[in-house]
Write a protein that binds this ligand. Structure first.
Ligand SMILES: [Zn+2]
Ligand SMILES: [Zn+2]
Length: 234
């Protein structure tokens, strides 16, 4: 009887529907219900270079990329920075909601596998400065890279690039100030000669942070540099 009960409990546990992370209805895929999955702000129309969301049907190189090519080769972002993705990122970044790291990283991996070209050989999460890392206790970009790794089996090197200078918060700064603020904040700790890498971060806004990490990777010899972010802010 005990064995029977155990079996019954086990099968009940296995069949128990998991609630959708966003609305609590029954989840179907990636911990989300079909409705939420459908209505997420996918970044389908975007600049083919920097992933800036566009409203035109045919994607085209945005004005900024046309004027000056960024230091990375191509940026790709799963979503536009809108609800409920905005909230999920906030939860991961400030409230240690690690299940959002696994969810968003998993979605990134699946979406990235559908883009053209080979997968990168190495994932490089944008590092936090040691002071901020101690204060927060974890790096949200590394949590996302781990989520990607679980689905795509691409190696993660969280120490390939180090943040050697703490920078003031980028929020509320102009694009020019952001770019100035970040110069010299990173160093590479290893040779990336000939490697195809993807820099991982939660949100890309002006691209100054990932641009600076890309510049450091290029100096360290990286041959092809992609930027993968969960969400792209306009
Ligand atoms: Zn839902
Ligand atoms: Zn662009």
């Amino acid at each position: 009887v005990l064995y029977y009960l155990e079996q019954k409990q086990r099968s009940a546990r296995l069949q128990w529907p998991t609630p959708c992370l966003f609305c609590g209805r029954v989840a179907r895929q990636h911990g989300l219900c079909a409705g939420c999955m459908e209505s997420l702000p996918w970044n389908r129309q975007a600049c083919p270079v920097c992933a800036l969301p566009q409203t035109t049907l045919v994607p085209h190189r945005c004005a900024a990329c046309a004027a000056r090519a960024p230091s990375f080769d191509v940026a790709w972002s799963a979503f536009r920075y809108e609800a409920p993705i905005e909230r999920a990122i906030h939860g991961l970044k400030y409230h240690a909601k690690f299940h959002f790291g696994a969810l968003l990283g998993g979605i990134m991996a699946i979406q990235a596998a559908q883009r053209p070209g080979a997968l990168p050989q190495l994932l490089i999460p944008v590092p936090l400065h040691s002071t901020r890392l101690r204060w927060r206790g974890y790096n949200q970009a590394l949590e996302l890279a781990r989520g990607v790794h679980q689905h795509a089996a691409i190696n993660v090197d969280a120490d390939a690039v180090r943040r050697v200078r703490a920078t003031a918060d980028q929020i509320g700064k102009t694009a020019r100030d952001r770019a100035k603020n970040i110069v010299g904040a990173f160093v590479a700790t290893r040779d990336l000669q000939g490697l195809h890498v993807a820099i991982i971060d939660d949100v890309m806004t002006t691209g100054s942070t990932v641009g600076e990490v890309a510049r450091i990777c290029r100096d360290a010899g990286a041959a092809l540099i992609e930027v993968w972010t969960v969400a792209r802010a306009p």
